[in-house]
Write a protein that binds this ligand. Structure first.
Ligand code: SF4
Length: 202
């Protein structure tokens, strides 16, 4: 039995997201990348957008950032079955350099165009807490531009009233300039994930 007692909203379908052309990203990417995980989980994690591997495989967080995120979640005591994982933007935004496709931060317009898909996922999963991984996810969830530090002090909420816990995207750890910075960020992410887990189970 789930914790729901009334009619459930449906998660957006993969075909619908594949076909979406509300912004230009849909026509360039290989496919749309829906969220996945426990659709009854009390905890939802939202990243920025699919990366190169995610775009090829059609699954969120399967590249290096995803591997790191799963390690950090395990460290924070979050079960494999305890979360739903998605992105603010469902198609890969990139620039081509030689033979490589390099991540490009989605524009505000692209994030806004994708907003209905994210809200549909939130309505379907109805988590108790949402973790925003990085500034783009935070802006999409909070509906305004806000820094991660400011969000940690002000405890913003999604329009539905669900509290948002903000922290770094795991890719920021992979790009950290040195080991000290990486260790500090790692501690901050694990701390935020622990807080979110406790809030979600309260
Ligand atoms: S990124 Fe979002 S809004 Fe843009 S085409 Fe893809 S699904 Fe549609």
């Amino acid at each position: 039995m789930t914790r729901r007692s009334h009619a459930e909203s449906l998660l957006p379908g993969k075909d619908d997201i594949d076909r979406c052309r509300r912004c230009d990203l849909g026509a360039r990417a290989t496919q749309g990348v829906c969220g996945e995980g426990n659709r009854h989980a009390p905890l939802m994690l939202v990243g920025e957008q699919p990366g190169d591997q995610e775009d090829r495989q059609g699954r969120p967080f399967v590249g290096p950032s995803g591997v790191l995120l799963r390690r950090l979640m395990a460290e924070a005591g979050i079960d494999d079955d305890g979360f739903y994982l998605t992105n603010a933007v469902k198609h890969f935004s990139f620039v081509v350099r030689g033979t490589r496709r390099i991540h490009k931060t989605p524009t505000q317009r692209e994030v806004a165009a994708c907003h209905d898909w994210l809200d549909a996922e939130i309505a379907a999963v109805r988590p108790r807490v949402i973790v925003a991984l990085g500034a783009t996810a935070l802006r999409a969830l909070a509906g305004k531009s806000i820094t991660i530090a400011a969000a940690q002090a002000s405890a913003p909420r999604h329009a539905s009233g669900i509290p948002i816990v903000a922290t770094f995207h795991p890719s920021a750890l992979l790009r950290a300039p040195d080991e000290d910075a990486k260790a500090r960020m790692r501690g901050a992410v694990v701390g935020a994930l622990r807080r979110a887990r406790k809030l979600a189970s309260g």
